[in-house]
Ligand binder design. Structure first.
Ligand code: BLA
Length: 510
């Protein structure tokens, strides 16, 4: 109950998804004190351990499970020897009847959280050994699309989910499906965009810490953790829990999508959430903790390959720019002036950073080639650059957003990459791109990601994921990270050349 607080999408960001106080039925959770006394447990814990109901709270864990099992938990926890991180143990026999469990242990506040998942008979073989062949199958020199497609295929083989997608976060935190591998072959969400609010901010933050979540059955009522509050009055923090029940709003979302089980695995890059593997299944699907761990390792190794791919791109920009630099230097050495020099290498420059027109603005003079704003229009634009540009490059694929008059010349120049080439007063090279009218396929209307539920206060995720086409006007093709990086290198090169020219000029005047 949010009382009188207004209900909008920021409510999604505020749902305390790490404190929902429930687990999914595939596992049980115990929270024990420093001396291993059970302080909280999920309602299903006694049942899973084959013990009488209500027999756990207040008892030492060593009285509840067989001593060999308890010893394995205790000694491995000690071996882990740290107050953070998770200890994972597979197939630990905990009951007198010989039931094995996969176990996850981690500290949360004053408690040690112990999560137990009954071990189901194996498909045979060592799951960890299944990971490497799928990593080796990743094409070593391929582009992102091929890399992602092969990874989706690998993860589907490892997990057995009906469909696996690679979901890449965009700068505005919306996301795009860049690869999809499905049992029923036909693409369903490939290429589609999803609004940022589908995965709210606190969920994204959590997924950078806890890398895998399984929702084994959207119809599972789960089991409550009792007592609901710790001595501090707050519920247990289940951020790193592997059996945590998930947000009811998200469950509704999955139902609306027609999904019965979901698993997502974080893809990290430089400590940040770059994307997710999003897996769907039409029927309930449980993957045991050992296999989930192998899947996490797969995602980790994939992220490493992804990083190498992105680094290769960067290195290519560097090599291209070095080549361009030597051409520029050769022209300058022959005594050519900067405008002529730049014009003469414009084909090389266009190969590195594709563009439709170029403006060189030095000493108040405008030299333009190709499709550009007029001189008058450019002078107004230069004042915007002066105000908003730092020492780096300025990139916009939607100039009218920062400079409304630009809407009038989008046909000539809708996006600009402006490179400052002197200190003050500012001189610039501006690479221009024409408007490119595109359509974005959203999975449902992004303007209405949620509606108010029947009870007023609660949000209901959108019901339809039918493609909703948005026609995007007034924008150029986006400046890729590769282009931005190349522009940044060009800035350094030109700054150097420019300083030489001005030095030479003042030398002459002397
Ligand atoms: C969580 N939303 C998620 C998760 C995914 C998505 C992958 C992680 C949990 C999981 O693995 O299922 C969204 N799933 C997608 C997307 C694709 C997909 C984009 O397969 C595309 C291929 N969701 C809403 C609205 C709200 C909302 C309006 O649409 C809030 C009002 C909330 N989504 C929401 C919350 C979570 C979530 C709260 C966190 C669930 C949890 O971890 O407890």
């Amino acid at each position: 109950e949010t009382g009188t607080a207004p209900v909008d999408l920021t409510n999604c960001d505020r749902e305390p998804i790490h404190q929902l106080g429930r687990v999914q039925s595939y596992g049980a959770l115990l929270a024990v004190s420093q001396d291993w006394i059970v302080q909280h447990c999920s309602e299903n814990a006694a049942g899973l351990l084959g013990l009488p109901e209500d027999s756990l709270l207040g008892r030492p864990l060593s009285d509840l499970i067989v001593s060999d099992g308890f010893e394995r938990l205790r000694s491995n926890l000690r071996a882990a020897g740290q107050q953070d991180g998770t200890t994972r143990l597979f197939d630990v026999v905990l009951t007198a009847r010989g039931q094995g469990f996969d176990v996850s242990m981690h500290y949360s506040g004053a408690h040690l959280i112990v999560e137990l998942e009954p071990k189901t008979p194996r498909r045979g073989g060592d799951v960890m050994s299944e990971v490497y062949p799928h990593i080796r199958a990743l094409p070593p020199e391929a582009g992102l699309a091929d890399l992602a497609r092969e990874a989706a295929r690998g993860l589907r083989a490892l997990s057995g989910f009906d469909s696996v997608m690679v979901y890449e976060f965009q700068p505005d935190q919306s996301g795009r499906v860049i690869a999809e591998d499905r049992a029923d072959r036909g693409p369903r969400y490939m290429g589609q965009r999803f609004p940022a609010s589908d995965i709210p901010a606190q969920a994204r933050a959590l997924y950078a810490r806890a890398l895998l979540r399984l929702i084994a059955d959207t119809e599972d009522p789960g089991a409550a953790i009792l007592p609901p509050q710790t001595v501090t009055g707050a519920p247990l923090d289940l951020s790193l829990s592997v059996t945590r029940a998930v947000s009811p709003i998200h469950i509704e979302y999955l139902r609306n999508m027609g999904v019965r089980a979901s698993m997502s695995v974080s893809i990290m890059r430089d400590g940040e959430l770059w994307g997710l593997f999003a897996c769907h299944h039409d029927s309930p699907r449980y993957i045991d903790f050992e296999r989930r761990t192998a899947i996490e390792m797969f995602a980790h190794l994939f992220a490493y390959e992804l990083g190498r791919h992105l680094e290769r791109q960067k290195a290519k920009a560097q090599a291209d720019m070095a080549q361009l630099q030597s051409r520029l230097m050769a022209h300058m050495a022959n005594g050519a002036a900067l405008p002529e020099t730049l014009l003469s290498v414009s084909d090389d420059l266009r190969a590195v950073i594709p563009h439709d027109g170029m403006v060189l603005f030095t000493d108040g003079h405008v030299h333009a080639t190709g499709d550009t704003p007029t001189e008058e229009e450019f002078r107004a634009l230069a004042r915007v650059f002066d105000r908003s540009i730092g020492s780096g490059v300025f990139a916009s694929e939607h100039l009218a957003e920062v400079h409304p008059p630009a809407a009038d010349y989008a046909g000539r120049c809708a996006g600009v990459l402006a490179i400052p080439i002197s200190r003050r007063p500012r001189d610039y090279i501006a690479l221009c791109r024409r408007e490119q009218v595109t359509t974005v396929d959203w999975a449902g209307d992004p303007a209405k990601p949620a509606t108010l539920g029947p009870n007023g206060v609660r949000l209901t995720p959108r019901k339809s994921f039918e493609v909703w086409q948005e026609t995007v006007r007034g924008r150029s093709a986006p400046w890729s990270p590769h282009a931005r990086h190349a522009a940044d290198l060009l800035r350094t090169v030109l700054l150097e050349i420019f300083l030489k020219i001005t030095d030479a000029a003042s030398e002459e005047r002397r």
